[in-house]
Design a binder for this molecule. Structure first.
Ligand code: FAD
Length: 383
């Protein structure tokens, strides 16, 4: 298809900004509507996971958009898992034979800013403080509201591209017109973030080039490095039962739990009380859809189509692959309907496979990485 008509992207998060860059470069007229303020003027209001593991799949997509240098300048290499067994010495399990097979820790807010700059440089128009509030699919008009001053606006579109995340407003607008077969499966575990600050001398307090894991059977902590020489620690814990977020109602219980189960990590988090009190408990789950599109008028991608639990570190990577695929199908197809159908046929089985692997990997990370048989098997695989 030759670029014609206006594409409207809902959401300027990770997928939305990358898709806008790719499509604008190809010559499409692209308008992006984002419910939050511009993070370049107001600071990032991401609301969840401060840093992310970027893998080769995501990096490949960033290369296609010319973003590799900007992103990698602010990434910290992670060459393997540093496993901290209860009462034992930490041990590094490499991801591959050498440093050609590694993953990278990137800051969500800075990554998003670099991508917004790239999207605008490519010619996309980004409208902030604009939340999708309804769609008239017959008239091809989308309605947006500014949540701060309550002003409303309408935007004509040729096709709508839904990059508005797990709670997608576009998905809600499509649902009355098409059977999406939507199911959200909560994991029954939540997460809370804490911070390890730099050491007194300004360096990292623990090994910088690793993804740290404290596996504890039914739950775990992980820590990813940041360029400021801090680590973002994430505790993953059941919502109910013993222990769980419900069984830790106050700071005293939370501290005692950490001292017992994460005794070597607690001294690394001097502001534990502040972090535990201020940081919310995040919800985790898997979003399954049987259908990602409304004929040639709208299609969903990224978390809006297939939110997943974060244990394979692949949600963003998978969303980036979606963007590359949709861009290619729009260029190669005769019309929007066949482009969206081919996109969904290619990407849905992949997304479903990654969702299943992400669920399996929670058990591996929290329960198997410190198991002797498992370690022997991995050694044999890497050799
Ligand atoms: P989002 O990043 O959620 O972006 C959606 C955007 O749409 C937002 O900017 C939002 O403000 C906007 N929006 C929402 N509703 C509307 C509306 N109605 N109108 C207009 N705009 C709207 N993935 C990895 O690859 N590696 C990791 O290590 C990793 N770690 C994770 C850790 C945690 C704790 C969590 C929760 C997730 C993690 N993920 C990871 C997954 C990753 O965060 C998501 O897959 C990724 O953010 C999806 O990008 P997206 O653009 O589809 O959605």
């Amino acid at each position: 298809m030759k670029p014609a008509g206006g594409l409207v992207i809902v959401g300027a998060g990770l997928a939305g900004a990358l898709l806008a860059t790719l499509l604008a470069r190809r010559g499409w007229s692209v308008d992006v509507f984002e419910k939050r303020p511009d993070p370049r003027t107001r600071g990032y209001e991401g609301g969840r996971s401060i840093n992310l593991a970027l893998a080769e799949r995501g990096l490949h997509a960033l290369r296609q958009a010319g973003l590799q240098d900007a992103v990698m300048a602010q990434a910290v290499m992670m060459r393997g898992r540093m496993v901290h067994p209860l009462g034992g010495e930490p041990m590094l399990q490499r991801y591959g034979r050498d440093d050609s097979e590694v993953i990278w820790s990137v800051h969500r807010g800075r990554l998003n800013v670099a991508m917004l700059d790239a999207a605008e440089a490519a010619g996309a128009r980004i409208h902030f403080n604009q939340r999708l509030d309804g769609v008239d699919f017959d008239r091809h008009v989308a309605r947006f509201i500014n949540d701060h001053d309550r002003t409303r606006r309408e935007q004509a579109f040729t096709a709508l591209l839904g990059c508005d995340g797990a709670g997608s407003g576009l998905r809600a607008a499509m649902a009355p017109l098409v059977d999406l077969g939507e199911r959200f499966e909560p994991l029954g575990h939540g997460y809370k973030e804490l911070e390890i600050p730099p050491a007194d001398g300004g360096g990292f307090r623990i090994e910088a080039n690793a993804l740290h894991i404290w596996p504890r059977g039914g739950y775990m902590c992980i820590a990813l490095p940041n360029t400021e020489r801090t680590f973002t620690v994430t505790l993953f814990l059941p919502s109910e039962g013993e222990p769980s977020f419900a069984s830790l109602p106050g700071l005293a219980e939370a501290r005692a739990f950490f001292a017992r189960d994460f005794g070597d990590a607690l001294p690394l988090v001097p502001d534990f009380d502040r972090d535990w009190t201020n940081n919310p408990i995040g919800v985790l789950g898997t979003l399954r859809l049987r259908n990602w599109r409304l004929d040639g008028r709208a299609v969903l991608l990224g978390d809006a189509a297939h939110a997943m639990v974060p244990f394979h570190g692949q949600g963003m990577n998978c969303a980036f692959e979606d963007c590359l695929a949709l861009d290619a199908h729009l260029a190669g197809a005769e019309d929007f309907e066949s482009a969206f159908a081919a996109f969904e046929a290619e990407r849905r089985p992949n997304a479903e496979a990654i969702q299943a692997m992400a669920l399996e990997n929670y058990i591996e990370m929290r329960d198997r990485v410190d198991d002797a048989d498992y370690l022997l098997q991995r050694q044999l695989e890497v050799q």
